[in-house]
Design a protein around this ligand. Structure first.
Ligand SMILES: CC(=O)[C@@H](O)[C@H](O)COP(=O)(O)O
Length: 257
């Protein structure tokens, strides 16, 4: 059970709702993923021509929690305004806060992120910040009032997996009681399993499912991987070692020299 902001969520997989070939395929994929939280971009929802209303109706039918996001925001002001509008549109204080620094890498602007997180927390938002694995930034975000952190695995849409396992491991070790969600850059289910084996509480992904040849099948594969990774973490895996260690005992061998 994932616990965030005092709520218990049955699934540890959070799914994005953008980039699918069609709304119907998005619905199939969300169902197959068994996700209980989906992230939705306000910019898409607010799109003209009634498309936003239709999309919103589909999401409501899914019966999942909505985590609006500030995707595409490049300044504190833009992110804060987008969050305020999202609260009105979606009727939730939850916000996945993205303040993007660089258009090419979509790397978070960690200074803007901390500032925006402070403003939004004071306004009563429950902030889910898309951040890096930097320990100092993590500390500042917690001080700003965030109760969950969402470090990137790799740049959004890159499918590279966990770029900095050492950094992610350190973050986990430094903040054992903070819910941590790897957000972005996952490409295949084994990346999600690896994040969960590190002791992460959940993963959030979008592109790897939406752009797969069969999004629903891929969503199901990610769901299984998240479950497998979590089960393995809870089962207390053995440590890797440099030298061999015989797994067959010598005692009882038929012929001893
Ligand atoms: C949908 C969303 O919120 C993305 O910004 C998120 O970070 C997922 O990244 P991937 O598309 O790389 O999974």
């Amino acid at each position: 059970m994932l616990r965030v902001y005092g709520e218990e969520i049955a699934s540890r997989l959070l799914l994005g709702t953008a980039l699918y070939p069609s709304p119907a395929i998005m619905v199939e994929a969300v169902r197959a993923s068994r996700a209980q939280i989906v992230t939705v971009s306000l910019r898409r929802e607010a799109g003209g021509g009634g498309a936003g209303q239709d999309f919103w109706a589909l999401i409501r039918e899914l019966g999942v929690r909505v985590l609006p996001n500030t995707a595409g925001c490049h300044s504190v002001k833009e992110a804060v305004t987008t969050a305020q509008m999202a609260r009105e549109v979606f009727g939730t204080p939850w916000i996945k806060l993205e303040v993007i620094n660089d258009a090419e890498t979509l790397q978070p602007d960690v200074f803007g992120l901390v500032e925006a997180a402070g403003i939004l927390t004071r306004e009563g938002f429950k902030v889910f910040p898309y951040c890096t694995e930097d320990l100092g930034v993590a500390d500042r975000l917690l001080t700003a009032g965030c109760e969950v952190l969402m470090p990137w695995g790799a740049p959004i849409g890159s499918a590279r997996g966990l770029n900095n396992v050492y950094g992610l491991r350190s973050l986990r070790a430094h903040f054992p009681d903070v819910p941590l969600v790897v957000d972005a850059g996952l490409g295949v289910p084994s990346h999600a399993a690896a994040a969960m084996e590190l002791g992460y509480d959940a993963v959030l992904l979008n592109t790897a499912v939406a752009k797969a040849g069969d999004p629903a099948a891929m969503a199901s594969a990610f769901a299984l991987a998240v479950e497998a990774g979590r089960t393995a973490f809870e089962a207390d895996p053995i440590e890797a070692r440099d030298m061999a260690a015989p797994s067959t005992p010598v005692l009882g061998k038929a012929f001893l020299e």
